[in-house]
Ligand binder design. Sequence first.
Ligand SMILES: [Fe+2]
Ligand SMILES: [Fe+2]
Length: 196
Amino acid sequence: MGEKLKNCHGDDWEPLVLEPIPENLLREPIEYIFADHYRLRQVIATMDRYLTAGIFAMPLADDTTADVRVIQAYLCDELGLHITDEDEGLFPALLQQCRGDRDTKNILTTLQQEHEEDFALLPIITNGFAALLADKVVSQRELFETSVARFVNTQRRHIIWENNIVLPLARRYLEAKDMESIGRGMAARRSIDYPG
Ligand SMILES: [Fe+2]
Ligand SMILES: [Fe+2]
């Protein structure tokens, strides 16, 4: 087991920790979404590293188990909220403000299609992680690993588009009332009070 750990991680290995986003940031929902992208990038970087190291082909060690738990919790409990924040909050508000702008509309349509692809891939990925966390072999491991690879690659590109095009457009065009409406929707989705 010790040998395996040495092979999986270099000396610089650190456990995956996703910092919670301060609730106050719901008053600045674009920055909240930006912060969530940072956390998602941590998740996909770890998934990618473990995939490359062949970690998913064998029983998980204690430290990799802890990381896979963090990944699984994010994928099961948080990613859906993030995608809905965009699909039902950010994107419609931006479309409203950029009405008639065909490029923006096309970008948002593509990103929404990718969200649907995420939802199609997620059950394969989370079922695989659930098996690993239960000390079982992943059934259809090839499909699982292909899905993880596809998810990692799609997310990388997706986040670049959102961070570099969509969020700057939103910062530029959304008004205070849009921000409040998006932030209130995000708070309600998480069953927390909108910060006063
Ligand atoms: Fe997205
Ligand atoms: Fe996003």
